[in-house]
Design a protein around this ligand. Sequence first.
Ligand SMILES: [Zn+2]
Length: 456
Amino acid sequence: MAPNRANLRMAAAPEHSRILLTHAIVVTLDHDDRVLFDAAVAVADGVIVAVGEPPADFEADEVVDLGGRVVMPGLYNAHTHAAMTFARGYAEDLPLERWFNERIWRLESALTPEMVYWGTLLAMAEMIRGGVVGFADHYFYMDRVAEAVTAAGMRANLAWAVFGRPDEAEVGITVPQTVDFVRRYNGAADGRLRAMFGPHSPYLCPDAFLARTAAVAVREHIGIHIHAAETAAQVQASLARYDMTPIEFLADRGLFETQALVAHAIHTTDVDLEILARKGVCVAVCPTTHLKYAMGVARVPDMLRRGITVVLGTDGAGSSTALNLWREMRLLVLTQRLATGDPTVLAGSWPLRLAAVNGAYALGFDKAGMIAPGYAADLIIVDTAAPHFQPLHDVMAALVWCTQPADVRDVMVAGRWLLRDRRLLTLDEATILAGFRAELERMLTRPLGQFKAYAV
Ligand SMILES: [Zn+2]
């Protein structure tokens, strides 16, 4: 029998509204960057209510003794195409243009809503296991992604990718439909979902379409998630076509007049960075993809100096191959130190803060990403008992440099456990793998056509 959606909900997590975590190393990532030893965290109705000492009158439904393990905010993957797990390892060792034109967009011509559904479920199983509690997703058939996220219990910000070209019917959605999509899902799943517009990029979307999208976004108070300034060639083409860099062009067409999340922004001028800072644009860097496709190094220290909210993404598994934010953190620090010649860049808790509090903010969750009263109980427990953590001279350094996804023992989103003792509670892995494989097999038998031609 073919697996169906219904059996994913077989393992509903027991609901505890008041949870007390005790004997923990609490890495708060709060404004004072406090690390507390042998401390407690109290959670009530999905929100952190006390840190350090539990309130004397706190009556817990569940007490978890962490025995010296680390509890810290969960991580938010601020740019991905989750469903693209189906393209993991499908287009390796190619320049970006050939990766798009010869492999990925041809494969996507056979894409089905079912593949998006199962691919996203597989991605979430991987992400939850790696300590990711939320993600900003940019892809197609996003109503199926919303369905999958609702079942999984994660947070997500969903953007339906649109090209705005005459052949738009190929991807099955238009601007009015994306407005409907946003209205339907923004704030859904008990507030765990956010939705934005997802125009693909300034190099693939027509000028007039981008301006129209921006006008609707401003009028309807809808955010925008878009790719830009990924390669030097894109910047050159933009200068030739518009006499503006991609960032200047997006600003000029009004896309930064609403909350914007720009993926990549690798090739930027000082003027670009001033625009991004002034407009409060969040920039998602995806170090594995940037390095793997030799795209360049984003100017992260310059961005942070100007107050730009820099966030971390894995991009899709079709390019980065793994949805591992710990690896992205380390690659970010390593490339920035090599590029700047400064071994103090992104020191201490910086990488964790980009992935936690900055990531939550970019996804549209203001009160998440740190352990402080009033913040969402999106928590992960890291087991530091493994040899690769010993000795624990510096907890922050250990988390940044040593953590592997498999060290994440437990994951909680909005006070609900999604992972306990390495066991997924809301997703059934065997069902997901069977559904994913069956749909991928079907998809690979479909004739591949031409999708969008990538040309800057
Ligand atoms: Zn991307």
